[in-house]
Design a binder for this molecule. Structure first.
Ligand code: HEC
Length: 200
């Protein structure tokens, strides 16, 4: 190994398999970066642990959730929501039903892809006939939509794509409004599971 003159006094006295080490100083910029991270960490600790100057993570989360609730409306669905705490009912005014239809046909929710453009049924059951597998009361419809049927391919909208309570009311109202319409190509009733049920 060739050792340069100015390296002689920096050479450390250990050697492993012919590899030796020089006792070089760390670059100044690197050291400053190191001191800076220590200072930063100290200030961080003071700011978040010992003072109450700004919001911590949990407070930020609460603030963002509150802002979202204001923007999108509250939902009893969604993580932590309680669909059963509400007693759902159908609206009959045109505005609600039109909004419900919009939700049904939206590319966010994709109800139409499985239940058909007119509710005639495709992968999912026909929603226009008077036979229901999971019940046809307002509460049962909201529960079906909120919990979904993962084993059959319908996702739990409650935890995956929360629909606000007002929108849920409009959506089940739309489903109620198409009961008794006779769309083309209706899907056959699953006679082993569905029972007769008429939406009042
Ligand atoms: C990926 C396909 C798919 C999508 C998307 C889907 N569903 Fe379903 N849905 C199903 C299937 C399959 C069932 C039948 C579950 C069973 O057999 O138990 C079902 C069942 C239902 C039921 C209960 C029917 C009954 O007979 O009791 C309702 C109500 C319903 N869906 C409404 C909706 C609404 C509203 C949307 C949109 C927000 C939607 N579904 C989106 C596949 C889907």
């Amino acid at each position: 190994m060739k050792i340069l003159d100015d390296e002689k006094d920096k050479l450390l006295d250990h050697e492993y398999d012919g590899i030796r080490e020089l006792d070089n100083h760390m670059p100044t910029w690197w050291l400053w970066l190191f001191y800076f991270t220590i200072g930063w960490g100290f200030l961080y600790l003071l700011y978040y642990e010992f003072t109450d100057v700004g919001p911590d993570q949990h407070e930020q989360y609460e603030m963002e959730m509150a802002a979202a609730a204001e923007k999108y409306g509250t939902s009893s669905e969604g993580p932590g929501g309680d669909i059963a705490a509400i007693s759902w009912s159908f609206e009959t005014d045109q505005e609600s039903i039109a909004n419900g239809k919009e939700i049904y046909m939206s590319t966010n929710n994709l109800c139409f892809t499985c239940h058909g453009n007119a509710g005639e049924g495709l992968v999912g059951p026909n929603l226009t006939d008077e036979f229901w597998i999971h019940g046809c009361s307002a509460d049962e419809l909201a529960t079906s939509i909120s919990n979904g049927f993962m084993d059959k391919g319908m996702m739990p909208y409650g935890s995956n794509a929360p629909i606000s309570d007002d929108d849920m009311t409009d959506l089940i109202s739309y489903v109620a409004s198409i009961q008794g319409t006779s769309p083309a190509n209706p899907k056959a009733v699953d006679e082993t599971r569905a029972v007769e049920c008429t939406i009042e």
